[in-house]
Design a binder for this molecule. Structure first.
Ligand code: GRF
Length: 205
């Protein structure tokens, strides 16, 4: 049976779309079981509906973190989700949520972690003057942008870059590595040693 993805979004949803496209075309060996947004205005929700996917809005505003996270976990369980993918989901997860899906929650961040965690990572990279930045897919733990790293891609910074141009090139790399990382995690072709996620050679690509 195909593995089932639960994708959590807060906004635009371009990473969700890339994952959905790759699942539909067989590049990812899984199906999108549910897309959950914590904001009713999240653009990705509409796009999920247009694709005929199960799109659910669970507004988080004003709710206690533990109570909200229990709602999400319930929705994910209802849809028999094997792997949770955060794709621009702008919330820290509670310990209770993380315990429900041990090493089964991924996030993508638009920098080479541990550089530039948190908001506006592309702006942080430009402001710092780095020559290379990129993106990171990592397992989620309770700290912000901090869990073991599954995959990274390097994006050179050009002198003429603005936040927009740099973000656009990073986003292209995000769309590529997120699906590759999902395949690795679903396939189980890795092991975690401390903070290191060690991949089988044939999958490194
Ligand atoms: C991406 O840059 C992702 O790395 C970050 O939030 C942004 C979400 O973009 N976590 P989108 O909603 O997937 O288009």
């Amino acid at each position: 049976m195909k593995k089932r993805l639960g994708i959590l979004i807060s906004g635009r949803g371009s990473n969700f779309e890339a994952i959905a496209d790759n699942a539909a075309s067989g590049i990812i060996d899984a199906e999108v079981a549910v897309v959950i947004a914590n904001r009713p205005e999240a653009r990705g929700l509409e796009s999920a509906r247009q694709r005929g996917l199960n799109a659910v809005c669970l507004p988080s505003k004003g709710l206690d973190r533990e109570i909200y996270d229990r709602q999400i976990v319930e929705e994910l369980r209802k849809n028999s989700v094997d792997l949770v993918c955060l794709a621009g989901f702008m919330r820290l997860l509670s310990a209770g949520f993380i315990r429900e899906f041990p090493n089964r929650i991924l996030n993508i961040h638009p920098s080479l972690l541990p550089a530039f965690p948190g908001l506006d990572a592309q702006h942080q990279a430009l402001a710092h003057g780095v020559k290379f930045t990129g993106c990171t897919v990592h397992f989620v733990d309770q700290d912000l942008d901090a869990g073991p790293i599954v995959m990274q891609a390097v994006v050179p910074v050009q002198d003429k870059d603005t936040v927009d141009t740099l973000s656009g090139r990073i986003l292209e790399a995000e769309h590529e590595i997120y699906s590759r990382a999902i395949n690795i995690v679903l396939d189980g072709s890795y092991r975690i040693e401390g903070r290191r996620v060690l991949l089988s050679d044939d999958l490194r690509g």
